[in-house]
Design a protein around this ligand. Structure first.
Ligand SMILES: NC(=O)C1=CN([C@@H]2O[C@H](COP(=O)(O)OP(=O)(O)OC[C@H]3O[C@@H](n4cnc5c(N)ncnc54)[C@H](O)[C@@H]3O)[C@@H](O)[C@H]2O)C=CC1
Ligand SMILES: O=C(O)C1=NCCCC1
Length: 148
């Protein structure tokens, strides 16, 4: 995250995500490798994401992050990519909002009620102060009003 906006290929090697369509099931497999030599970080995220039928109980996104030993090449950690994806995506949104949203923004409105809706609610209410918070009633959060 600290290197997110550096875009310096001498410092971080992070090719564009490769995506394999899984057409019969409306899904995709994404592979997201990166190498930060200075920090000794060699890793890849592997993520599947699907367009689910309405009412499906299956998750739309499932992910694993593998960490490698950069010199020897073996795996040193297998991490929960869903937890990382939830936090990473919401954190990136908050950085964008910090830079782009009007200074006097008073209302937070969350569309959706899945994992990302929850993590965005958590990060946005942690980083910013809002007078009103709106979202789906299925996204149960302490201060949230809802609209059906
Ligand atoms: N750009 C990025 O880095 C990321 C993007 N995403 C995207 O964000 C979106 C949400 O992801 P998550 O919160 O992890 O998913 P999730 O599976 O936790 O939640 C998805 C929600 O959408 C609802 N839903 C699914 N299909 C529906 C349909 N046909 N009609 C009405 N509701 C439907 C589900 O009931 C669920 O509440 C997805 O589109 C995902 O691809 C997610 C993670 C990272
Ligand atoms: O980049 C990611 O991470 C994801 N992108 C699309 C949806 C699933 C996760």
């Amino acid at each position: 995250m600290g290197k997110f906006s550096k875009r310096d290929s001498s410092e971080i090697i992070q090719p564009v995500r490769s995506v394999v369509p899984i057409q019969p099931y409306n899904g995709f497999l994404g592979v997201m490798p990166s190498y930060v030599a200075a920090d000794g970080i060699l890793c890849t995220k592997m993520v599947t994401f699907y367009q689910r039928a309405e009412g499906s109980s299956l998750p739309s996104t499932q992910a694993t992050v593998l960490l490698f030993h950069p010199e020897r090449g073996h795996i040193t950690a297998i991490m929960d990519g869903e937890a990382i994806t939830a936090k990473r995506t919401a954190a990136v949104s908050a950085i964008s909002a910090k830079l782009l949203m009007p200074a006097l923004s008073e209302v937070l409105c969350i569309l959706g009620s899945g994992q990302q809706a929850k993590s965005h609610y958590d990060v946005f209410t942690n980083v910013f102060k809002f007078k009103e918070e709106w979202g789906s009633k299925t996204l149960s959060q302490p201060n949230l009003c809802w609209r059906s």
